[in-house]
Design a protein around this ligand. Sequence first.
Ligand code: CTP
Length: 405
Amino acid sequence: MSDPLLALRGRRIVLGVCGGIAAYKAVEVCRRLVDAGAHVAPVLTADATRFVGALTFSALASEPARTALFDGPEPIPHTHLGQGADAVVVVPATAKVIGKYAHGISDDLLSATLLATRAPVLLAPAMHTEMWEHPAVQENLVTLRRRGVHVVDPDEGRLAGGDVGAGRLADPARIVVEVAGILAAAGDLAGYSFLVTAGGTREPIDPVRFIGNRSSGKMGYAIAEAAARRGAAVTLVTTIGRPTAVSGVDVVKVETAEDMAAVVVPRFADCDVVVMAAAVADFRPKVVADEKLKKRDGVPEVVLEPTPDVLAELGARKQPGQLLVGFAAETEHVREHAAAKMAAKGVDLMVANDVSAPDAGFEVDTNRAILLYSSGSSEETPLLDKHELAGIILDRIVQTLGKEA
Ligand code: CTP
């Protein structure tokens, strides 16, 4: 097996250190990163220097430790650090830095650097259990994760002052492996063109009413954003007005299944990968009333007709080298129904969900999926945050693209 730390070689890592008792373990993270061949630039907050000396990091890292935004020789060290970094890692990440980062507050060198970078960021939190479990901290982490920030959850164990519980800094060796994994994944979709659909289509009945569904678009957005972060050129065709959390995604707003087909089908020839995460209506009203239907006119009779099946249309046009990913929203016989859709629509990877489960599928932040491959193999995921599931789906896409190359 290849060395899991290989991705660190020659990469520039900003190592942020905050004021917590676990700051002494950041010394070991620093040493391990340097040993693996990374170039480490340490940034200590003022509180960190109460726990560990800047000199320790200056001696072990690749350049002298920085401790302040204003007192060094560089006029704007945060942009220099942020722009030049391949990754920013914060060990330990205290409740304070997590809160500042989630709210865009930049009042020292580390918090300014976090805002001045487009590189992947990994936080390794450490704090007492009460602080770790506080809703303010957890909600800030949800916000940061949604923006693509990576978090190595703390372990349970002995804490400062003799307490025992959740909040102990993850093992330094694990943190370093996580950084290597993030760097290995960053950029692995560079050169690929993705089209992702998200949200539920709305089929108008009259100017104010429509037939819709419960799709929130969260899964499609998570995939589009993660693909862009990994270097792909991404078009997101969405029924949701929300902008993406990642810049550079070409967002096209649509409303109906027919709109979606009109945008997606002509672009298909230029795509390497299409992910149809949208919940597309199968039927639409045959006649759309020009004026609002009035109650006084009695119960309306809405006659439906089929919409275009976008995925099936793409499956019929697919060329060698193109990859088609479908989603199957099911409420029973999930695997069988998804496999049948996969075969019928010419899909390479089908992500099947039981949307009747309260913690998976529509509207919620989590998902549990069965991934079906055209080879006939399959895998089941545990309950995951939609961003984590997006990462797994993209990992599988990378593997399949690699096999075809
Ligand atoms: N899909 C599509 N166009 C449609 C309907 C569905 O492109 N008119 C796509 C969805 O984006 C999804 C896949 O087909 O990737 C499966 O959608 P799903 O709603 O689960 O299945 P249907 O084919 O609509 O079948 P049914 O509603 O009978 O379960």
